[in-house]
Ligand binder design. Structure first.
Ligand SMILES: [Zn+2]
Ligand SMILES: [Zn+2]
Length: 225
């Protein structure tokens, strides 16, 4: 069955176009892993990706885990996920990330719930799906964690962050756009998932909303940075 499927819907490498897989083995060799974790608040080096004490208050994100550099074949793969529904590509990226070995502390992970950064309903209708949700579901599945997208919501329609020209505009554009709905089983620890960490503003804002809503610990997890 699989062979028939592969003949009818052949896979092409996003890097070089070669037929056979979404990222061929020679393009896989060009992927750069993140070896210099950063604090998600100041974006300077932090040895395990946790937020510096000096960068923390009660409502800040606690750390960031990203797997790959956002360039080359990874950048192409993520763009493909964003604009067409390629769930096999997500699986492929997550298996390459080798997530279970990256999560160092099992104690921290044990009761974590995976939550995707929500898309505004309008954009989700337009695009058909939320790539962060797709990534979150596969991630939760591969490391055996709960997945829940029910309590973090987007409240207003912000413009795409790329249209904002200055840092100030970007901040203003997303301030207060997330809210946590009343929920009887709000988790203590959340892994907040997105495809890419670029300016980080969206992720910090969503983490703050979760913490104001009562979540104790929030770590960001992204495929790339
Ligand atoms: Zn290739
Ligand atoms: Zn910092």
């Amino acid at each position: 069955m699989r062979i028939v499927f592969d003949i009818l819907f052949p896979k092409f490498c996003v890097g070089c176009g070669r037929i056979g897989s979404y990222i061929c083995s020679s393009c896989q060799n060009t992927i750069e892993r993140i070896v210099d974790p950063i604090c998600p608040v100041c974006e300077y080096y932090s040895f395990d990706g946790s937020t510096h004490d000096r960068c923390k208050n009660n409502y800040t994100i606690d750390g960031l885990m990203s797997f790959f550099r956002y360039k080359g074949v990874v950048q192409k793969a993520i763009k493909q996920i964003k604009y067409s529904f390629v769930s096999d590509m997500v699986l492929h990226l997550i298996s390459l990330a080798d997530v279970s070995t990256v999560f160092v502390s099992d104690a921290f992970l044990k009761d974590a719930t995976v939550v995707p950064i929500p898309l505004h309903p309008f954009r989700q209708r337009f695009r058909g799906f939320n790539q962060a949700a797709l990534i979150g579901k596969y991630l939760a599945n591969s490391i055996n964690l709960h997945y829940d997208e029910s309590f973090l919501k987007r409240t207003q329609h912000s413009k795409p962050q790329v249209e904002m020209e200055t840092k100030k505009q970007r901040l203003h554009n997303i301030q207060g756009i997330f809210e946590v709905t009343r929920c009887s089983r709000l988790p203590e620890t959340v892994l907040l998932v997105d495809d890419v960490f670029t300016t980080g503003a969206t992720m910090r804002e969503a983490a703050t909303a979760l913490k104001r809503g009562g979540v104790k610990t929030v770590w960001g997890v992204t495929i790339a940075r």
